[in-house]
Design a protein around this ligand. Sequence first.
Ligand SMILES: [Ca+2]
Ligand SMILES: [Ca+2]
Length: 108
Amino acid sequence: QSEAVFRAMDTNSDGEISLEEFTKGLSDAMEGEEAAMSESPALAAFRELDTDGSGFIDLQELRVALDAAARARPSEEVVEAIFREIDANGDGVISFEEFARVYAKLEL
Ligand SMILES: [Ca+2]
Ligand SMILES: [Ca+2]
């Protein structure tokens, strides 16, 4: 993996990383990190809810999250109603796009 990083930084492919190439590579990496940070409140929350890392939040994952967030355990009806509300296209899973739309409203 470090070899891939090396090759990515060695932009003129002469087998050596010049100081210029190194600092350029480093600042590119930092910029990527910053971009990830700025988009991340919704993404971080989504990842937290997507406990199995499937890229989607299913009903079970939402139930666990609501159980943890609510003082009183929400009823199954309430969980399903909230799920349907967020699952805009009704495919039975919450995508990040669907989640982000709701999250943006919460953040107001
Ligand atoms: Ca999941
Ligand atoms: Ca959906």
